[in-house]
Each structure stands twice: as structure tokens, then as C-alpha cells.
Design a protein around this ligand. Sequence first.
Ligand SMILES: *Cc1c(COP(=O)(O)O)cnc(C)c1O
Length: 384
Amino acid sequence: MIYDELGVKPLINAAGTVTRLSGGIMAPEVAEAMRQASLACVDMVQMQAAACRAIRAATGAEAGIVTSGASAAVLLGAGACLAGLDPGRMNRLPEVADGRREFIVVRSQRNMYDRAIVVAGGKLVEVGIPDRYSGPGVRDAAAWEIEEAIGPNTAGIYYLAQTQSKPTLREVASVARRHGLPVLVDAAAQLPPASNLRDYLEEGADLVCFSGGKALGGPQSSGILAGRADLVGSALLQMLDLDVDVETWAPPREFAMLGQLRGLPHHGIGRSCKVGKEEIAGLITALNRFVAELPAARHARLLGRATRMLGAGGEGLSLTSGPVPMLAWKVGEGVRAMAAKLLAGVPSIACGMGRADEGVLLFNPMAITDVQADAIARAIAALR
Ligand SMILES: *Cc1c(COP(=O)(O)O)cnc(C)c1O
């Protein structure tokens, strides 16, 4: 085992597909696709064209590419909104000479991943007062407040897809469309349900970003950027190695619009989020597997694993509802000491601390095996 060789102790990751704990466990088919891809070299544009076909089929988007994560997809998506298909603008990012670099964001949707937009050269402009979170009221930003903030420097609208996000994506997209502006949607963790692969685009997103290393079960360092062909093409161009002979540059049919530029840009801002052929092969395989699994079967599989963690059950143990059912263990006082004990145990178990303030530990079925679920049940039984 490689981890023995490296002197790194593996753990059971019941915290979910978090980056800090290395994401999830890849299916053998996904790892095998990556292994096979590693055995021969290919033209990376051809590889992204293959990804484009798979992402189109899975999402209904005009185009799609594999990125090195959802965060990279947000960065590249912002770069596409800022530069379009203008190689001069691409070359200058993150500088935007004419100042058209503002992304409007509803204040309640601000999050630590939106800095990817700033890295690309964008500037976030917040609107709305989220009274419903602070308590004195029940309202959040309205679509007209977004509209009011639109000006000559607006490059796009950033939208964080969450079930509680307000205004609705449809309302935001309708404002954006009136002003000819793109909507960039971060939906990194909004799978399952699989229907979200299509829904945000159908509701009016111009670009949508998903993590490959979360529920999709792809490589941890993979993601998807899908949407309008011109914007996805721009993003691809800003990530590719463009140290090529301009005379012979001929993009594949999937990215035909890239053959009509007045010139080729140099290595773009996306170069820092480069993706390998292995990640692309793995992501395509994982995406196809994810789409092929029926929602009811997926739910049954995750519920089955959560039920295994529950073991014989008992007071304080319950299963949560939702697309990803989890085991909740009400420990009460000493919840953090209990988490530390699980982590120090053999095997070492990491659990979710999202409800620690209520005295609850969460055990997520997404990044563990059935055998590991049984080990969790035994560990909890021994500590209760
Ligand atoms: C997880 C997450 C990301 C980052 O995804 P990566 O694939 O790890 O880059 C971005 N945005 C949101 C909302 C997320 O939950």
C-alpha cells in the first residue's frame, strides 16, 4: 500500500468529500480510466473535445470542459466573461484596461470561493441586505436591486446555487438577459440530485461550475465548466498550452469558434489551473457513471450505507433526510472531545462538525465504503 510506503496513515472519511481530507474514494472504473490515459499521449484539445461531448450529453449545455476543480471553473468562467473571444483581453487578464470587470453578487451569496473571480481580474459588487439571516426582517435582495447595480463596467452576474439562494436563478437570469450579461453559477456541491446538471442551465445560467471530486466521484482535482459555447471556448483557450504554430492551429469542431480569432493569445490566466489527460479521462468516466445511476438507486445506496453506520441504533442516533442521508449522533456536551477520540482511534474516523454547536456529530456516507460504514458502527457502539 502506497500510504505505508509514504508513512501516511489513511483515515475513514465520514466528513464528506472535503478537500482537506482528500475528497472521496474513486470507483475502480474511474481509476482504471486514469491509468489507461496515463499510458499514451494525446492532443489536449482533442481530449477536451471528448469531454465537451460527454458534458453536452449529461447537461444539455452547448459546450463544456474539464477544469481542475469547481474553483478553477469559477476562475475560468470569470476569465471568459471578462475577455470573451478577444485574444488581446485574454492576454491582459487580470488587468482589464477599460474597467469592464464588475461582477454583481447578492450579499447573502458571498463566500470564500468567489475570490476566484477576483483572481481572474474581476471585481465583486455586492447588492442587497439579507435581513432574513440577521433576523430583523424576512427579505433578501430582489432582482431589481441587481438591475439597479448594472452599469457600463458590469461584466457579469455571479450566482451561488443553494436551495436557499434568493432571488431565484430564473429572476436573476431574466434581468441579465435584458442587459446582455452572462450569469456565472457556482453549483460546485449541488449534486445529487442529478437533475441539477441540467436545471441551472435550463433556468438561464450562461455558465455553470460543478466539482468533479464531490458527488460525481471523479478525480479530486477535477471539475466541470459548462454552458454557452463562446464562453466555454474562451475559458478553454485561456487554460490551454498555446505555444503552437499559429499557421497550423485548427480547433476541433466542438470549439470551431476558436478558429475565427484575429490571433492566438499567449498562455492565459487559466494556465495555473491546468488539468491533465488523466483527470479528463477520469472525470468523463465518473460523469457517465453518475448519470447512468438512477436517482432512486443512488438514494437507496447512500441510505443503505448510512443505515450500516447506524448499526443496531440506540438513543441519540438517527438518520437525517435529504438527497444525502447521514447518521447524526447527538453526543451533547463533550462533542468535540468525542470527535477527537474517533480521529485518534483505530481505525481513525473523521466526522462532520457542521452541527457540533448543537452537540451533534455527522457521518456522511459519500466518501466511505460499506466496510468502513460497519467499522464506524462498531466504533460508535464502543464509545456510547
Ligand atoms: C466545494 C466548493 C467549491 C470548490 O470546489 P473544488 O472542486 O474543490 O474546486 C467551490 N464552490 C462551492 C460552493 C463549493 O462548495
